[in-house]
Ligand binder design. Structure first.
Ligand code: SAM
Length: 356
């Protein structure tokens, strides 16, 4: 192994941080041994904090209608081939009921930025979910909203919010999004969410067009400073009916390496092995856990809508990754020495600081 790579990994292990230039170097000059050594360090940390537990969240994709036009996303407004749907409150509640029976204690409501889901509509759904299952956590992933909206949803019972920052480099952000979407607003939303009291998740796609070791180094330094409670990273996968339809898919190897770096940097972070990772490789999620991830988010959406929430081509949604196939997931996790837990799976940082 190159001497400098070993030095950087040892430094990261000892100090839980590197400079932006060091992250860039680590990524640009990585090799197989870099990945192995990082995965080993990540696994030690994952086991120390979480033992053999892998948390599961039931993902309910509540709307494929979106007012935004992100260049990478299959449900972007201008994709006229996208099939649109919106779940009713009753459908959402019934998905959660089914999930509860299956052992889920966290529900993630995710969707496009669909103006139908006003604060009143969404707060009503959140409070009904919480009233029905006070032992469950509700996570929202409904995009950019106002500070007042984040506050109202928090007061209604939502405790966690996922909003990927997508990239911490403003110029790269502008390559991925049309002019009406702003990097500044994205970052402000994350700050607002934190100030409101949520457990906050940010994250990015690996291999998005225009991404370089330098932009990734910015992502990592951003994570190091912001210290999110959750972090969603997965490979970029092109969708045929988007401006990025002919771009290259993000790599499995780099995604796994970054999962390991993030686990070493933020040992207590809740880090999913994402559906996109499971889409680009049949054992993608197992590999993700072995690289340092500790969360799975199986799909709980009604079967008739699953194919319509098509963020990228060939997204897996009806096989073993679905919530109904909990037994298969359990077996997959057991095969790598882990176990699925029936637990809200809160951030250890929140638990320690008495915020829950
Ligand atoms: N509208 C909400 C938001 O913007 O946060 C939530 C839904 S959005 C579709 C969820 C995430 O999907 C995005 O943050 C993005 O990183 C990811 N995504 C979208 N298109 C993708 C693609 N082509 N490949 C991989 N991930 C993608």
């Amino acid at each position: 192994m190159q001497k400098q790579q070993r030095y950087l990994i040892e430094k990261l292990k000892k100090e839980n941080r590197l400079s932006e230039a060091e992250y860039e170097e680590l990524i640009a000059h990585r090799d197989d041994e870099t990945a192995e050594m990082l995965a080993e360090a990540a696994t030690v940390r994952r086991k120390k904090i979480f033992g053999d537990a892998v948390y599961m969240r039931g993902l309910i994709e509540i709307s494929s209608i979106c007012k935004n036009n992100c260049y990478y996303c299959g449900i972007r407004k201008d994709n006229r081939f996208a099939e649109r749907y919106r779940l009713t409150k009753e459908e959402i509640i019934s998905c959660a009921e089914e999930g509860y029976e299956l052992g889920f204690r966290t529900f993630v409501l995710q969707g496009g930025e669909d103006p139908y889901f006003s604060d009143d509509v969404l707060c009503d759904i959140v409070s009904e979910l919480k009233n029905g299952h006070p032992d469950c956590a509700v996570t929202l992933s409904m995009g950019e909203r106002t500070p007042e909206s984040y506050r109202a949803l928090f007061d209604a019972g939502a405790e966690r919010y996922l909003l990927r920052h997508e990239t911490a480099d403003a110029r790269h952000y502008a390559m991925l999004h049309p002019a009406e979407m702003s990097f500044e607003n994205r970052m402000n939303c994350l700050k607002e969410l934190r100030e409101t009291g949520y457990q906050v998740g940010c994250g990015f796609m690996v291999g998005s067009p225009g991404q370089t070791p330098a932009t990734l180094a910015k992502d990592l330094t951003f994570l190091q400073e912001f210290k999110p409670e959750m972090c969603g990273i997965g490979p970029f996968v092109p969708h045929r009916n988007t401006p990025f339809g002919n771009e290259k898919q993000g790599s499995l190897e780099l995604t796994l390496l970054l999962l390991s770096v993030i686990r070493v940097m933020l040992p207590e972070v809740l880090l999913p092995a994402t559906t996109a990772l499971g889409t680009i490789h049949p054992q993608g999620r197992e590999k993700g856990i072995m690289a340092g991830a500790n969360v799975l988010m199986p799909n709980l959406s009604p079967l008739y809508v699953r194919k319509k929430y098509e963020l990228y081509d060939n997204k897996i949604c009806t096989g073993e990754e679905s919530a109904q196939c909990r037994g298969c997931l359990e077996a997959r996790m057991n095969s790598i020495g882990c176990r699925l837990t029936v637990d809200r799976g809160d951030s250890p940082v929140f638990l320690k600081n008495g915020k829950l």
